[in-house]
Design a protein around this ligand. Structure first.
Ligand code: HEC
Length: 221
């Protein structure tokens, strides 16, 4: 071995020794000093953290009483026969009759309701024809007052062997289905259908009166 090689070997050995000495004490379970701990430890409370200051020592607290989820509308009628009668008497469809609402209502009806009630609403769905279920009324059943409010109510809570559709559909979708059911009923009974044109006239009137209001306020200025 030449001298230079010996020297190089010595250097490498020293370097190895030094690097062992530097890392050997490191224990990953017990970190060393933190310089600027705010970089690592959040100043706010950790999500789901445990802190004495909170009730139950839990950062995640229950929402205040009366809180409702975003987009959810409270429904005031009770799940009972009285609730159904009340909904039939008072509850009206807030949706405008539009092509789009009628179309969506029809599509949703075919998905959720037609198996029992039939595409025509005559109570002759595929499950009835195959004798899988009994007692499906026609929407034109003279013994029942089937109207907007009642139809919405039975979708919220179900009725005997009909289940609730409150979890599969949202408020808008239920009212769209109601429009379609009303049209099925009208077709069965031979009465006039809900049609978007009649409402376009109404909104044209509303626009006209809105425009005249705008004009009159300009005049005032
Ligand atoms: C599993 C079969 C089934 C499905 C699916 C179903 N229904 Fe019904 N529906 C029934 C039965 C059974 C009744 C009669 C309940 C009774 O009076 O005991 C009924 C009754 C009704 C009534 C009459 C309520 C009244 O005032 O007497 C309406 C309106 C109605 N359903 C609408 C719907 C709509 C809208 C859908 C789709 C969202 C739907 N149903 C899906 C079985 C079903």
């Amino acid at each position: 071995m030449t001298i230079t090689k010996m020297k190089a070997f010595k250097h490498i050995a020293l370097l190895l020794l030094a690097s062992f000495a530097m890392v050997s004490c490191f224990d990953s379970a017990n970190p060393n000093y933190q310089y600027m701990p705010n970089m690592y430890e959040p100043v706010g409370y950790d999500t789901y953290g445990e802190y004495e200051i909170f009730p139950g020592e839990q950062e995640a607290m229950l929402p205040p009483e009366g809180t409702i989820p975003r987009g959810w509308q409270p429904y005031e009628y009770e799940n009972s026969n009285d609730g159904l009668l009340q909904a039939k008497a008072e509850l009206k469809n807030p949706l405008e009759v539009t092509e789009q609402n009628l179309e969506s209502g029809k599509a949703l009806y075919e998905i959720y309701c037609a198996v029992c009630h039939g595409s025509k609403g005559d109570g002759q769905g595929i499950l009835v024809k195959n004798e899988k279920i009994l007692g499906i009324p026609s929407y034109a059943d003279p013994g029942r007052v089937i109207n907007e409010g009642g139809t919405y109510h039975v979708m919220m809570f179900g009725l005997n062997s009909m289940g609730s559709y409150a979890s599969q559909t949202d408020e808008l979708e239920r009212w769209q289905i109601v429009q379609h059911v009303m049209n099925l009923k009208a077709t069965l009974e031979g009465t006039p259908l809900l049609s978007p044109t009649s409402n376009e006239e109404v909104s044209a009137d509303a626009e006209a009166s809105g425009a005249s209001e705008a004009n009159s306020s300009e005049e005032q200025n």
